[in-house]
Design a protein around this ligand. Sequence first.
Ligand code: SF4
Length: 459
Amino acid sequence: MRQIEIPAEKPAPIGGAAPTVAVFSHGCRANQEEIECLLGALRDRGFRPVPFGGSADWTIINTCSVTHAGEADARRTIRRAVRLSGGGRVVVTGCFAQRDPADAARLGADLVVGNGEKWRIPDLLTSAASGEGSCTGVLFQADPTTRRFLGHGTRPSGFRTRAALKVQDGCDERCTYCIIPSLRGRSVSRDPDEVLAEARLLVESGHQEITLTGIHTAAYGADRGGPNLAGLLRRLLAVERLERIRLNSLEPQWVDAELLDTLASSPRFCRHLHLPLQSGDAGVLKRMGRGYRPEAYREVAARARAAIPGVGIGADVMVGFPGEDEEAYANTVALLEEVRPSYLHVFPYSERPGVASARLPGRVDEETKRRRARRLAALDRRFRTAFLRAADGAVHDLIVEAKEDRAGGAQCLTDTYIRVAVETDRSAGSWVTARLRWIGDPRRMRGIAVDSAVEESRR
Ligand code: SF4
């Protein structure tokens, strides 16, 4: 592997025709946000975005490594980009690039950039496009911890009403199954003033809703000595015309009364919490190194519901962790039946190289994992159905995200995270008040636009 020369941070001007750039991201919302920021920064430097999957002077792929399947997808996408880019350069970054840069290079990537160096990509490409620097090889540091956050550029695309804003990176927890801390480094929080400035920029470019993302978002501020996440949320209320603020997944042991009270304090905060459970069995949770017991999860869900009426609570659940016997699995099902989240994301345990759980006894065979996942998928359908049925008839103020939804209406999302197809001719970005209707589909509802003044008097 050849370590490349790092050009100066100042972008060099690009002469001649604008170089084209295509981007693609796998994985979590933080990855999606990063790729949008890279695109924004490159657009500012004179690159012209083109769709991924065709020829492009530069193709950037942000990869995932959280599971075997995530890495398989990354490999497939790299091969495809190399094949279709028409002789353009392919840049691979993200968690797979950090975990195995040599493999990414072997698959045909011209430039491989580890997570800690991702922020350099716009400068690297600008220099190379103007003939001032090399842009092949591997740029990588073993400790990927970085204090540099990518910005969205001066002209973030406002064609969507909802944008992600990364406020935190890395993780100091040590869940025994998780490879992410070794690929993202220690927990680092973005400067709160920088977060506010980025939020204002997003609003000015037409976004009305922001989802705060991170790898361990709930730990926001801990490395800086404050403000914490609740404090950051309160500060964000000062951003005018930022109508809605959402949070991505929060580790349940970090959800305290201050955070819940803050979320309950303004209708601009969405009533939606994604709280990864992983297991409802005390022994499995302990071996996972999750730092809470099942009763703590039950309690935080109950506190959230008491503080924020109608809140939607989503949960991640892992099946087949080493040592998960039938009794442990039954404990997970029992806890879920008790808590009744509004939806589940179910993952089979996927062993990653070098993680502590790889040394644990009690392997669970693949067929058992599939069977358990199938049963939880059925539970997920039941929970979604119950949550949506309970919302039948409720009136919500919604932002039209896109004109055409698959179901033929305007595409909207409630603050509680229910997808709604609203029958309205309002354009994207406008508000509509709608009565939700259950249509027998656990993944979406229909919305009937109502006259808010008339409805107001009925509420
Ligand atoms: S909290 Fe646990 S699962 Fe989440 S990124 Fe950190 S180590 Fe991984």
